[in-house]
Design a protein around this ligand. Structure first.
Ligand SMILES: NC(=O)c1ccc[n+]([C@@H]2O[C@H](COP(=O)([O-])OP(=O)(O)OC[C@H]3O[C@@H](n4cnc5c(N)ncnc54)[C@H](O)[C@@H]3O)[C@@H](O)[C@H]2O)c1
Ligand SMILES: [Zn+2]
Length: 616
């Protein structure tokens, strides 16, 4: 190999690394790692291999780490893992250690950080990182509390898949965006408000301790067990030697600790051929490509459809019928386009909306239908209503399409339908009954007013911002809201406020109509009222569990809500207190302990409320 090839390779790696750190990788990890290995073969002493691949956050203050935050050596194969275990064994023998144990933890795939309780910093180049303490003010949830050392900033995976996957190509994009920019877009704000962006210290994650033999023999099942319950994006499992003296003896290179290895589980890939491209219209008018492919088997499922995320991917790669592609599936329901192997066929992009035939326009990489009367958008908006309201099932997209086909194309119309109307549209007797009941349930089952408002699909108003808005403007005044009133609320910018007010204005009739139907709405307390209630549990996430002695659980939950708490049904990363009555299941307690949630008995909890009440 000549010097130029080495340089070219390093240039390529540098570019790939930069794209990756900014949240939009250009190639798969395995491809990147293979290139790194190639560099190691041709230029083993190249500086690129001797350091942590740097990330950059321009304009942030630099923070020196007390101990370097290094990269991790990778094992893709059994042989690589065996070699690692053998190396550890050898050092242990030299120390006269009889047994060696490894602590296994999920390798979280986000943005690494370190929180000493005062300063929160990124990894940077491993020695010097960047100060990002504002992340906690933005709403990143520190799991287990502040000051727990190194960990990873990640988005809750199920949440990302359900609510954010259509806006971001990878959860890391979202995290990097949130940390690096001072102005957050609507989706990022929603996720932060929903408390779904966490800083997870590695000390707080689920772990298992095994010996070297088991690690090598049962790798697959161990990895599966470790990752089964982790609701964060992962890209493998990290194995650490547990013995402190052995760790000290093994030390580190400039790149990684010698007592640690990452067992990588890359998403499974397959190769296939594009046989067609379907264009789907979303609620906001984005027209996105779904490729039909020759059926191919991938992690146990037969794949026929592959998403290409946005039209730009089709345009830039020149994908036509006959194009050979590589696809990857790592947990998503619909697999993604991984790489274009050979572009073939004619590139054909729609110039008209597949639903309403209006001309499309490009907005960055997205093709957009701007016709608000577009049939597909109406269907998506109606199904959005039921999805966000979340208290009544049965109105999936197929059902909604059929209803719209029959001329009922607005919420007003749908809420007028009766069981016999459904039957005459051709729904079966059972389904007709279910649909009619679901409508009643959607009005009678309690639902938060911010969900109700967000369900209309108002521009720039996700659930998080809807809650914020309603803390300042009560729902019954919302249709008359002026942009000025929104701008004054923290977190709303000029443009967004204008768009929100305009969009609310355009939907005022429907909003009023739906309010008048009398939903069972739980009000968001107004900030002006909240000031009066200063309680020790305001804003805290609380789970009540077990049989309560003081009163019914329902009554305690209501009281907690009135005191401004966020009452939850399950312990999660956003829980602050688990209040235990009698006969509490061990699993809830375990989970709470693992997540660093404070566990209180019923009387401890009541004492806490009492202490804070004036006059006691
Ligand atoms: N696809 C691409 O274009 C591209 C580009 C650059 C890097 N990469 C990938 O990034 C990796 C190298 O980057 P890196 O050095 O940032 O990361 P790494 O994979 O070497 O991981 C090291 C980091 O993992 C974190 N980590 C996550 N879970 C952990 C746990 N349970 N215990 C301890 N640490 C944990 C730590 O912060 C540590 O700094 C490679 O796997 C490479 O494939 C990909
Ligand atoms: Zn259209």
């Amino acid at each position: 190999m000549t010097q130029t090839t080495t340089d070219e390779l390093v240039d390529l790696l540098t570019a790939y690394n930069q794209a990756y750190r900014q949240g939009s990788p250009m190639v798969e990890d395995a491809t990147y790692d293979a290139l790194v290995e190639r560099l190691r073969t041709i230029a083993p002493d190249h500086p690129f291999l001797k350091a942590v691949e740097p990330e950059q956050f321009p304009g942030r203050q630099e923070v020196r780490h007390p101990a370097p935050m290094l990269s991790i050596e990778k094992a893709y194969t059994r042989e690589q893992l065996e070699r690692f275990v053998a190396r550890v064994r050898k050092e242990a023998d030299a120390m006269g250690l009889e047994s060696v144990a490894f602590r296994l933890t999920p390798k979280l795939d986000g943005l690494a950080g370190r929180d000493d309780g005062q300063v929160f910093a990124t990894r940077g180049n491993g020695r010097v990182g960047y100060e990002i303490s504002s992340a906690f003010e933005k709403g990143v949830v520190p799991i287990g509390g502040r000051g727990r050392g190194v960990g990873e900033i990640v988005v809750v995976k199920s949440y990302f898949d359900q609510c954010m996957a259509e806006f971001f190509e990878h959860p890391r994009n979202m995290v990097v965006g949130i940390i690096s920019s001072d102005t957050l877009n609507e989706n990022a704000r929603t996720a932060l408000n929903d408390r779904k962006v966490h800083f997870v210290p590695y000390s707080q994650v689920f772990s298992m301790v095994v010996d070297g033999a088991r690690l090598v023999e049962e790798t697959r099942s161990l990895v599966e067990r470790l990752l089964a319950d982790v609701d964060y994006p992962t890209d493998g499992v990290v194995a650490d030697v547990t013995d402190e003296r052995l760790k000290e003896r093994m030390g580190a290179t400039a790149h990684h600790y010698r007592w640690q290895i990452a067992i990588k589980t890359k998403g499974e890939t397959a190769r296939t051929t594009v046989t067609g491209i379907q264009w789907q219209v979303g609620r906001t008018g984005n027209v996105t490509p779904v490729m039909e492919v020759e059926p191919v088997s991938l992690s146990g499922a037969t794949i026929r459809r592959v998403t290409a995320h946005h039209a730009g991917n089709i345009r830039n790669a020149g994908i036509g019928i006959g194009t050979r592609i590589e696809i990857i599936r790592s947990g998503e329901v619909i697999p993604k386009l991984e790489a274009v192997l050979e572009a073939r066929g004619e590139l054909r992009l729609p110039d008209a909306c597949p639903s309403c035939s209006q001309p499309l326009t490009w907005q960055n990489d997205f093709l957009k239908c701007t016709n608000s009367a577009c049939r597909a958008q109406i269907e998506q908006r109606l199904s959005h209503w039921f999805r966000i309201l979340g208290n009544a099932d049965w109105f999936g997209i197929k059902t909604v399409q059929k209803i719209v086909d029959n001329g009922h194309d607005s919420l007003e119309a749908i809420y007028r339908l009766s069981e016999t109307d459904y039957t005459s549209m051709g729904f079966g007797p059972v389904q007709s009954k279910n649909l009619a009941e679901a409508i009643v349930i959607s009005r009678t089952k309690p639902v938060e007013d911010w969900r109700f408002l967000a369900a209309f699909g108002i521009a720039d108003l996700g659930t998080g911002d809807s809650r914020k808005l309603l803390a300042h403007v009560p729902l019954e005044k919302i249709v008359d809201v002026e942009p000025d009133a929104i701008i004054r609320i923290k977190g709303f910018g000029d443009k967004t406020s204008g768009r929100i007010a305009e969009s609310i204005g355009a939907m005022a009739g429907t909003i009023r109509h739906m309010i008048d139907l009398g939903f069972n709405l739980q009000r968001t307390p107004l900030v002006s009222e909240q000031a009066a209630v200063s309680s020790p549990i305001a804003e805290k996430g609380i789970v009540f569990t077990g049989k309560m002695v003081h009163g019914s659980r329902q009554a305690m939950q209501d009281q907690a809500r009135a005191l401004g708490a966020r009452v939850q049904t399950a312990v999660s990363g956003s829980t602050d207190y688990l209040v235990c009555g009698q006969k509490v299941g061990a699993s809830k307690m375990d989970k709470a302990e693992r997540l660093g949630v404070a566990i209180l008995t019923e009387s401890q909890y009541l004492a806490m409320l009492d202490d804070a009440t004036p006059g006691h």
